[in-house]
Design a protein around this ligand. Sequence first.
Ligand code: FES
Length: 186
Amino acid sequence: MTAAEVTVAAPAPRGAPGADAPAPASVGARAAVTAATATNAPAMAVEPPNPGVDGERNIVAFLCRECAYSAADAAGNARTALPPTIRTILVPCTGRVSPLHVLSALAEGADGVYLAGCLEGQCHHRVGNLHALDRVAFLKELLASVGVEPERAAMFTMSAADTPRFVATARGMHETIARLPRLRRG
Ligand code: FES
């Protein structure tokens, strides 16, 4: 499967959270955006992922534009150091990230994937973040059932102003994945 084959999310049902929002621009690790670039928003330059040489990990972070992405932007403006393993992808709402997006990122090179969305009760698409929390919980069970460490998938919630939480979650995910072996495929 190529990154291009998974760039379009399944359309959300009418009235579903995020149904009026466009799907993520890209989901494969190959289309990841560096944290440094993302935090220099609004311009987003897509570049190839880190090849993972010398055991370096790749982590894909789907960031809701209403909260986590703003927090990431503020971290970038403050020149806060972020783990080089984090590749951020801007999404309109975490409710638009499907399990397939996460699995595709893992299949194509990511060692870990996380979603960062609005606080519960504050999703701009009503309950998109609650759906995302359910999906990540499902994914953890799915990964565990096939022998993959469930902590490779995670979700966090935060406000747009909570830059310290964004930085802490990025560093925490980096440390979690660093303790795991590279994800074996095939
Ligand atoms: Fe932020 Fe839905 S708009 S998680």
